[in-house]
Structure formats: C-alpha cells, structure tokens
Design a protein. Structure first.
Length: 300
C-alpha cells in the first residue's frame, strides 16, 4: 500500500534547546490526521548568553550552524514538502543576532525566521487544544520556554486575550527576571481570574511535559494545583545529581525544572485555576499545522 502522507518539518531555535520535528499528515475522509514521526533535540542554550547581554560566541554560532546543516540533510532524506525554521526569545535578544543569522545561513543554507512573542503564541494556538475540551469552560494556555512565557486565554474555543512575558526557565535560573515583570504577570493573571475565572491551565513546554510524566498520570488528566505544589517541594529537596540519578532527568532539564514548576505554581495561584492539563504539544506542532494549512491553500 502506497504511503499517501504529507511530510513536514519544523525547527524551533529556543533559548534552552534547538529542536527538529518531523510530522506526517494523513488526509482522510474525516479530515487531516497529524502524527509525530521524530524529534531531535540539542541543548545548545543560546539564552545563557543573550539574557546576560552577551553576544552569542563564535563556538556557539558554529554549533548552531552545524546543527542546522545536519537538520537540512535530514529534511532532504525525510523528503519533506515544506519546512519552517523559527527562532524565539534568545535569538530576538541576541546582541549580534544579525551576524548569527548571516553565519548560520552561510553554513547551513537555511533561513531563520525571528518570530515575536505574539507570533509564537499564534503558532502554538494552531494546535487548537482548547477546542477538544469542555467548550463551556474558560482555559488559560501557558507555554513556558527558556526565555519567555506565552499566555493565551480561550473561551468557547476562541482566543480572548494573549500576552507574552519575558519570563522563562533560563532567565529564572540565572535570576534575570525583574520584580516589575513578575508584577506585570501577576496583575495580568489576577485580572483574568476576576473577569473570566478560567478552570484549568493548558500547559506546554518541555518542563511541564517532564513533570507530568513523573506524576504517572494518563494523557489529558488534570494535574491538580496541590499535587503540583507537592512535586515542587519534592524537586526542591533533590540535589542536581539526585534529579538525574533518581528521576532520570537530563542535565539540561534537571537545572531548570524547579524554576519552571515554580512559574506554573505562581500562575495557578494568581489565576485561580484548579490544575494543569498537559496535551504534550507546542511550537513545533503548531508550525506543522500551519505548514499544512498553507499547503492546502496553495493546492486549491
């Protein structure tokens, strides 16, 4: 039987890691079905330079260029019909971003799109997760990256409000988030609570995915606020080495999962949400859906 799937690729150049995601789209009589084919993740950590107002050094530019050159060959081998390479907070903030983009393009042949926080939120929204939940409820979508957090409020499956904050796991780990930014986030969430009373947070990002996996809950189960707080306490009590040896975390996850969980606990408290739902989708999934939508429009 012939493979009738469409193949796409998405590259997310984040603050903590660079990801290459391959996705299949199967067109059926019931509509398109999206399936993950493969994910490659490299912890290049550009945010450790950008967020300290330091230019991205030559060895990191080379590392990123080599990674994208390898990704290009893999995309050719996978025979994708379309791809998109997006860079978020760390590249947006890089002092030498123009030079980085130029050097990486020279080495890999790939153009990198610098997307804003709002564009990032829009691409994440392409996943339409809220539409699969109880339409009578209000939900707060929260995507936590290394450099920024994107928040989108859904009511009846539609976007009501969206906001991007420069609060992410790398910034938190390195104590680079100002009290002013914390207050802005807290005030925004408090206003959301007063006006809309969201039921749950829809959590996205590698840290909340990891935390949810540690709790051994089933897909789309709610991780209650109290349980999230208890896990935060447990994670705080474990050393860096314990998190790796006892919980099986990667080193680049072990040093940021506590600040990420603290951020979710903060958001749960300020928004009044009952807990977190973790659908395990994010920016790369949204990019694939966007590419498919463009493909359909072009073929009409």
């Amino acid at each position: 039987m012939m493979d009738k799937s469409l193949r796409f690729a998405a590259v997310d150049i984040g603050s903590n890691a660079v990801r290459l995601f391959f996705g299949y789209v199967f067109e059926t009589e019931f509509g398109p079905v999206f399936k993950k084919a493969s994910l490659i993740r490299l912890p290049i950590r550009l945010g450790e330079y950008s967020f300290h107002n330091r230019p991205i050094p030559a060895h990191k530019i080379d590392e990123l260029g080599e990674a994208l050159a390898g990704f290009k060959h893999l995309m050719l081998a996978f025979n994708v019909i379309s791809y998109r390479v997006c860079a978020t907070s760390a590249m947006r903030d890089a002092l030498n971003r123009v030079e980085v983009l130029k050097q990486v393009k020279k080495k890999s042949g790939l153009d990198i799109e610098l997307i804003s926080g709002d564009q990032e939120a829009e691409l994440i929204f392409e996943n339409h997760i809220a539409e699969k939940l109880d339409q009578s409820e209000v939900y707060l979508y929260m995507d936590v990256g290394g450099g920024s957090t994107e928040l989108t409020l859904f009511k009846e499956g539609q976007t009501i409000k969206a906001r991007s904050f420069n609060i992410g796991t790398i910034r938190l780990k390195d104590d680079l988030v100002s009290e002013k930014t914390w207050k802005e986030l807290g005030d925004w969430l408090t206003d959301i609570k007063k006006e809309y009373q969201p039921k749950n947070i829809i959590g996205s990002g590698g840290n909340i995915n990891t935390l949810f996996k540690l709790t051994l809950r089933k897909d789309m189960d709610v991780l209650p606020t109290l349980a999230t707080k208890k896990w935060l306490q447990r994670l705080k009590e474990l050393s860096f080495d314990d998190k790796i040896s006892q919980l099986g975390l990667r080193p680049d996850r072990a040093d940021v999962i506590v600040p990420a969980t603290e951020l979710f606990v903060f958001a749960l408290s300020k928004s009044g949400c009952e807990g977190v739902i973790v659908p395990k989708v994010g920016l790369v999934d949204g990019i694939i859906r966007h590419l498919y939508k463009e493909q359909v429009l072009e073929s009409e």
